[in-house]
Design a binder for this molecule. Sequence first.
Ligand SMILES: NCc1[nH]cc(CCC(=O)O)c1CC(=O)O
Length: 316
Amino acid sequence: MTTEMPSPASPLKIGTRGSPLALAQANETRARLARAFDLPFEAFQIVIIKTTGDKVLDRPLKEIGGKGLFTKEIEEDMLSGKIDIAVHSMKDMPVEQPPGLLLDTYLPREDVRDAFVSLTHGAMGDLEPGAKVGTSSLRRRAQLMARRPDLEVVEFRGNVQTRMMKLGNGVADATFLAMAGLRRLGMEEVVKSAIEVEEVLPAVAQGAIGIERRADDSRAAKFLEAIHDGPTGQRLAAERAFLAGLDGSCETPIAGLAELDGGTLRLRGEILRPDGSEVLNDDRRAPVEDGPELGAAMAAALRAEAGEGFFDWISG
Ligand SMILES: NCc1[nH]cc(CCC(=O)O)c1CC(=O)O
């Protein structure tokens, strides 16, 4: 079977959420595809899909609950053929995909660090006791409370523009955002300081863009193979195995980062009680091809160290 080339008359359809960050990521994917195959941009069509997570803005995500809040509608449209591929922030993706879909293509990873963002303070250390930090991330909340129990955490949702407005209105004195997202939005100027991973370990898969497709779509497979970044894939294999081994989702305060050092993969992992009162860390190395085993082994070790109560507390 020869692969039909996408053309402006018969484009490859790229599904995405409509947020500014999601659109920037979809456009980056489109540009990379067009460049790799020397095709016009119009051979790749961006299709915006509204998800439950986009519709419900007035409640914390953990209250709305359920996996795939930002992906269900997109995956349904892919299975029904309305779109061919979908672009996602890997940080937000469940470790397993629905039957018939594959998520195994990654663009080169951006900066993995969190950024300290504030209109009034330069770094976390400048915040006076009682200062308010806005975040809706359980990981960032727990990490902050572990380091600075004297600060107040306030619930903070919405896109980057909304969060900057809330800082301006005094809802919070500071917030944490991923460097990667701010870079992709061209908004790096709001960053007061980048937080090194030794200080705050980022979320699993932070800074990585993944592209999903139907398992039986050979045309999509051929196109995605050309833009896949192997090293990012090796790193995410370890990180996502770690998350899977902890039954982790966006509802669990877990951090993890894999890095390549020649033929060696270094994985750092962290689990926290939601109130930051206990933090468990691990740091291990393995050959690059053993990422899944490395992640699973670290998850098992931290699970054993934490004991049952640690996780009951998380889900309770
Ligand atoms: N959960 C929201 C989300 N998902 C991906 C990013 C940023 C881009 C990335 O980490 O790849 C963000 C915002 C943030 O954490 O600042």
